[in-house]
Design a protein around this ligand. Structure first.
Ligand code: FAD
Length: 391
C-alpha cells in the first residue's frame, strides 16, 4: 500500500514533478555538496576565505559551470536542472552558489550571448572546466541600483580601447582570470573582456563583510587599461547587455534560496524534535508547531515558484517580470524562514555549529544584490500598471 502521509522534507511531493535527468543531477550535486562542501563551509565562513581555485576545478568536473549553456564544453542542461543545482549548493551556503552563478550566469553567459566567436573560443571551454575564473563588473561605488549612471568609461585610442574607472562589490574579483566590465562609451554602455593581467587592472579584497563570508568580493580598479579593438562585445549596446545577464543570474538566485530556506527549516525541525524544555521536546508545544507550519509553507511555496519559473524558462516563455516575482518572493521567504529558525534554536541559533544564522546573514546580501527588493517591487509595479516609478 502506498503511504499518503506527506514527507516533511518534500511535503508537496515536488520531486515527483522532476524528470529522471533532473533527479539524477539533484542527487549528484547533493552528494558532492555533502562530501566536498558541507564539512568545510563553517571554516570558510569563519575565516572569510575560500579555496577558489580548487573549488572551481571541482565545480568544473561536476559540470556545474555554465551548465545550462550550449557548446564550448558546457553541459547544456535544462533551466530546471540548473535551478536544482543552485538549490543544492545554496542549501550549503549562498556564497558557494554565488560562485557558480557569477561564473556561469554572469561572466560565461555574457561571453556566450554577446561575445565574438573568438572570445567564446578563448574563454568558455577553460571557464566551463574551472581552469579560468571569471567575474562581472557592473556595480560602482556611486552606481548600484542605477547602473546607467556608471562612471567607468572606455575611449578609443587608434584602434585600441582605454578603460578607466572603479567597480565595487565584485564577486570573485581577486581570483578572476578574466573580468567582464561594462563601461560608458560614445555609443552607450558596452561590455569588455578584460584579462586580469592587463597593465592598469588591479583587484583589492573587500574586507569586514558580515554576510557572504564564504565568497571573495573585490573592488576593481581600471587605471588606463589598454585593450585591443577586439576586446569589446561586438554588437550589444546599452543596459540591455548587463540586464540580460542579471536576468540569468537572478533565475539561479530564486532557485538557490529555496535551498537556504530548506536547510534552515530542517535544522529547526530536527532541533525542536530533540531539544527538551519543560519536560518535553520543543516541537511538542503549540507555539513551536505554529512556527514549523509557517516554515513548511514558505519553503514549499518557494519551491513551487522556482519550479514553475524554471518550466517557463525551459518553454521559452519567461519574461523578466517573472524573474522579479521569483527573486522578490523567494528571497523574502527564505529570509523569513532563516530568521524564524534562528530564534527557534535559541542560543545555539547564533552559533556556526548550526547553519541557520549563516544562512540568515548570507540572505541579507542576496536580498540586496542582483536588484534589491525595492527594484523588483518597482519592476512588478510597472508590469501591473504600465507606469515606471524607478525615478
Ligand atoms: P543602492 O542602489 O545605493 O540602494 C540603497 C537602498 O536604496 C536599497 O535599499 C535600494 O533598494 C534603495 N533604493 C535605490 N533606489 C531606489 C528607488 N528608486 N526607490 C526606492 N528605493 C531605492 N555587483 C556586480 O556588478 N558584480 C558582482 O559580482 C557583485 N557581487 C556582490 C557581492 C556582494 C557580497 C554584494 C553585497 C554586492 C554585490 N554586487 C555586485 C553589488 C550589488 O549588485 C549592489 O549592491 C546592488 O545592486 C545594490 O546597489 P547599492 O549597494 O549601491 O545600493
Amino acid at each position: 500500500m502506498i503511504s499518503l502521509t506527506p514527507d516533511p522534507h518534500d511535503f508537496l511531493d515536488l520531486d515527483r514533478e522532476l524528470s529522471c535527468e533532473e533527479r539524477g543531477i539533484r542527487d549528484a550535486v547533493r552528494d558532492f555538496a555533502a562530501d566536498r562542501l558541507s564539512p568545510q563551509v563553517a571554516d570558510w565562513y569563519e575565516t572569510g576565505s575560500l579555496p577558489a581555485r580548487e573549488l572551481a576545478k571541482d565545480f568544473g568536473v561536476m559540470g556545474l559551470l555554465g551548465m545550462h549553456l550550449e557548446g564550448y564544453g558546457c553541459a547544456g542542461t535544462s533551466a530546471v536542472a540548473y535551478g536544482i543545482a543552485c538549490r543544492e549548493l545554496e542549501a550549503v551556503d549562498s556564497g558557494l552558489r554565488s560562485f557558480v552563478s557569477v561564473q556561469g550566469s554572469l561572466a560565461m553567459y555574457a561571453i556566450h550571448r554577446w561575445g565574438s566567436e573568438q572570445q567564446r573560443q578563448q574563454w568558455l571551454p577553460a571557464m566551463a572546466a574551472g581552469e579560468a575564473i571569471g567575474c562581472f563588473g557592473l556595480t560602482e561605488p556611486d552606481a548600484g541600483s542605477d547602473p546607467g549612471s556608471m562612471r567607468t568609461h572606455a575611449v578609443r585610442d587608434g584602434s585600441d580601447w582605454v578603460l578607466s574607472g572603479t567597480k565595487m562589490w565584485i564577486t570573485n574579483g581577486t581570483v578572476a582570470d578574466v573580468a567582464v566590465v561594462w563601461a560608458q562609451t560614445d555609443h552607450g554602455i558596452r561590455g569588455f573582456v578584460v584579462p586580469a593581467g592587463t597593465p592598469g587592472f588591479t583587484a583589492h579584497e573587500v574586507k569586514h563583510k558580515l554576510s557572504l563570508r564564504a565568497s571573495l568580493t573585490a573592488e576593481l580598479v581600471l587605471d588606463g587599461v589598454r585593450l585591443p579593438a577586439d576586446a569589446v562585445f561586438p554588437e550589444v549596446r546599452g543596459l540591455r547587455g548587463p540586464l540580460s545577464c542579471l536576468n540569468e543570474a537572478r533565475y539561479g538566485i530564486l532557485c538557490g534560496v529555496v535551498g537556504a530556506a530548506r536547510s534552515s527549516y530542517q535544522a529547526a525541525l530536527e532541533y525542536t524534535l530533540t531539544r527538551e524544555q519543560f519536560g518535553k521536546p520543543l516541537a511538542g508545544f503549540q507555539l513551536t508547531q505554529r512556527k514549523l507550519a509557517d516554515l513548511l509553507i514558505e519553503v514549499n511555496r518557494a519551491g513551487l515558484v522556482a519550479l514553475q519559473i524554471g518550466r517557463l524558462k525551459d518553454a521559452g516563455r519567461l519574461h523578466h517580470h517573472h524573474v522579479s516575482f521569483g527573486k522578490m518572493a523567494n528571497v523574502r521567504a527564505a529570509l523569513d524562514v532563516a530568521r524564524t529558525a534562528r530564534a527557534m534554536l535559541g542560543a545555539n541559533g547564533i552559533s556556526l555549529e548550526y547553519p541557520v544564522m549563516r544562512h540568515m546573514a548570507n540572505l541579507e546580501t542576496v536580498l540586496t544584490y542582483e536588484g534589491t527588493e525595492e527594484m523588483h517591487a518597482l519592476s512588478l509595479g510597472q508590469a501591473l500598471t504600465g507606469l515606471p516609478a524607478f525615478r
